[in-house]
Design a binder for this molecule. Structure first.
Ligand SMILES: C[S@@+](CC[C@H](N)C(=O)[O-])C[C@H]1O[C@@H](n2cnc3c(N)ncnc32)[C@H](O)[C@@H]1O
Ligand SMILES: Nc1nc2[nH]cc(C(=O)O)c2c(=O)[nH]1
Ligand code: SF4
Ligand SMILES: [Mg+2]
Length: 243
């Protein structure tokens, strides 16, 4: 069984969209959003996938009513059938933290042999050995101090070393300030992350928030030879579930 997030109470969060972030930005993709996370980022835009009592964003009280029914367990065969019913494109598996459900994800991907599989992960969980050969690309987003997670939970040396040496892995750091940039540059040096596989992405859940940071961010990318990624879906559809 897989545990999925829901868009509206009871509806599993499987949807067709454009990949909004990272190396595959703009590609038509089917998204599968799984429930639960092992971290608790204070600015997480999908806290409903893991914070079932209370909200990590007190100003988002409008979400309160939705927390009652925000996850659903489905068999891998059922999930595969729902994905197969959408246009035959790439699959982006996200969450929450999808690698927490690695064995079940391996069973799902085995049912979708022709699908290009991309995984969005916080980078703290090793891919399940049965899943790893079925994954084409990992978009790894390690969490910096401003996420509010303790470094000993969020920045695991053995995991970061593993991702850095994995040619299928890209790094995508969420940044907001010069302190965040300095932290990224330190990690880049420590773990030998190459600039062509390292993206910076502004923290923000609205076009206004993103735009306010992106001039600074673009300069930082140019100065340090790093890649810039927007959050395309935010501009197109806002911070809306199922997009
Ligand atoms: C919700 S996470 C799910 C996958 C996985 N847990 C992770 O963190 O990579 C998907 C992506 O959204 C990013 N994200 C979440 N909240 C954000 C925010 N407020 N601003 C910018 N990016 C955000 C995460 O860093 C990650 O790259
Ligand atoms: N369109 C779109 N692109 C995305 N890329 C990564 C996402 C995520 O939440 O992991 C995401 C998302 O939620 N929507
Ligand atoms: S790791 Fe990802 S899903 Fe988990 S709290 Fe952070 S941004 Fe949200
Ligand atoms: Mg998202």
């Amino acid at each position: 069984m897989l545990t999925l997030a829901t868009t509206t109470p009871g509806e599993p969060e499987i949807f067709a969209s454009l990949q909004g972030e990272g190396p595959s930005i703009g590609r038509p993709s089917t998204f599968l959003r799984l429930s639960r996370c092992n971290l608790a980022c204070q600015w997480c835009d999908t806290a409903y996938t893991w914070r079932f009592t209370g909200d990590n964003r007190p100003h988002r009280d409008a979400l309160t009513f939705e927390r009652q029914a925000n996850q659903i367990a489905l068999a891998e065969e059922d999930v595969a059938a729902r994905i197969a019913a959408l246009p035959p494109v790439r699959l982006v598996i996200t969450g929450g933290e999808p690698l927490l459900q690695g064995a079940a994800l391996a069973r799902l991907c085995a049912l979708l042999p022709n699908m290009h599989v991309e995984i969005e992960t916080n980078g703290t969980v090793a891919p399940h050995p049965a899943l790893d050969p079925l994954v084409h690309q990992y978009n790894v987003s390690p969490k910096l101090a401003h996420s509010g997670n303790p470094a000993e939970l969020a920045l695991l040396p053995e995991r970061l070393t593993g991702w850095s040496g994995n040619a299928r892995a890209f790094f995508k750091f969420v940044v907001a300030t010069d302190d965040d940039l300095a932290e990224v540059l330190g990690l880049q040096q420590q773990y030998g992350m190459t600039g062509d596989r390292l993206f910076l992405m502004a923290e923000g859940r609205s076009t206004a928030e993103l735009r306010a940071r992106q001039a600074w961010l673009a300069d930082a990318c140019v100065s340090h030879g790093l890649r810039f990624t927007d959050r395309l879906h935010i501009h197109l559809w806002g911070d809306t579930r199922g997009t």
